[in-house]
Write a protein that binds this ligand. Structure first.
Ligand code: P6P
Length: 329
């Protein structure tokens, strides 16, 4: 492994390899990395703040104690809005699209994100993550919602930051999937997982079996098949999408949040959860679908559209899809 290969150096090398690049994307990504480091710091001392902050809304530094997902949302918006690389943003925390204030220059990209997915796990010290997706939007385009409603195949880049035992940033621009681990002592993300490939077939399945009474028949039949498999699948479900996805990406396996009688359209969001993770998993050799269609081909109709998600090792996802024809309600 190339010791000391920072994310910035890696991005610059990737930029040199694309002849028509202007450096805007690299600069945009560098701003995103700053936001990630700030959020990581806050997440990693969350317990401490909670203890200190229980005196009320103000902590010992006199700062308003914010819920961490609000903090992550504000940090991303404030860090990204003035760089001149974006025409707009969309956040899981905000009902409407976010237009770049006229006092800032506009750029040719759109940033969509879930600022802190799984944030309810913070209180019990379970890993959480930021998920992001980057689309192209011609410079200063007269921004409208339609500019965001693009199928996942049009993503320029996608990634996530996992705030776990270490803070990792994993991303793709369509040239493979690469993972960087934050070294807090130098404040740099260092290359730790170059060109991640997901095993063709795994032995881990991730689904909330507490929902089994709501499942359509095909889901239950598929899960029962896994349990009966002589080779022995293992159930692993953290309840934090980025954690479950990241483990399955590295070790192989399948994550399912299917539609069921309770969540007819699934629970997870298409634009800033399913699409970015699907771009990553396909770049790593895996597969991602809603049970019937490739996630990246779905044309969004609304900003916070939900979708069923079956994502992971190619063989496992294909096998799960074969059961989806049995999904009569
Ligand atoms: P359930 C967290 O709320 C989240 O969006 C994902 O991070 C996670 O995988 C899923 O929902 C968990 O949902 O219904 O199993 O608690």
């Amino acid at each position: 492994m190339n010791i000391g290969m920072t994310l910035t150096k890696f991005l610059l090398e990737e930029q040199r390899r694309s002849p028509d690049s202007t450096g805007n994307f690299t600069a945009l990504f560098s701003d995103l990395v700053v936001a990630a480091k700030i959020i990581s710091r806050e997440v990693n001392r969350a317990g401490l703040i909670d203890i200190l902050g229980t005196t009320g809304n103000v902590n010992v530094q006199g700062e308003e104690v914010q819920k961490l997902d609000e903090f992550a949302n504000e940090t991303l918006i404030r860090t990204m809005e003035h760089g001149g690389h974006l025409s707009g943003m969309a956040s899981e925390e905000m009902d409407e699209i976010i237009k770049i204030d006229g006092k800032y220059p506009k750029g040719k990209y759109l940033l969509l994100f879930d600022p802190l997915d799984g944030s309810s796990n913070i209180d019990v010290n379970v890993s959480v993550g930021t998920i992001f997706s980057i689309l192209r939007c011609e410079n200063g385009c007269d921004l409208s919602l339609d500019d965001f409603l693009k199928p996942g195949v049009e993503q320029v880049a996608a990634g996530y930051i996992l705030y776990g035992s270490s803070t990792m940033l994993v991303y793709t621009t369509g040239n493979g999937v690469h993972g960087f681990t934050l070294d807090p002592s130098v404040g740099e993300f260092l290359l730790s997982h170059e060109n991640i490939r997901i095993p063709e077939k795994g032995k881990i399945y991730s689904i909330n079996e507490g929902n089994s009474r709501h499942w359509f028949p095909g889901t239950g039949l598929y899960v029962e098949k896994l349990k009966a498999n002589e080779k022995g699948y293992t159930a692993r479900y953290v309840g934090s999408l980025v954690s479950d996805f990241h483990r399955n990406l590295l070790k192989g396996g399948i994550y399912l949040y299917p539609s069921d009688r309770k969540s007819q359209k699934g629970k997870l969001r298409l634009l800033y959860e399913a699409n970015p993770l699907s771009f990553i998993v396909e770049q790593a050799g895996g597969r991602s679908s809603n049970g019937e269609h490739r996630i990246l081909d779905i044309v969004p109709q609304e900003l916070h559209q939900r979708t069923p998600l079956i994502i992971g090792s190619r063989h496992d996802v294909e096998e799960a899809e074969s059961f989806w024809k049995l999904q009569e309600a």
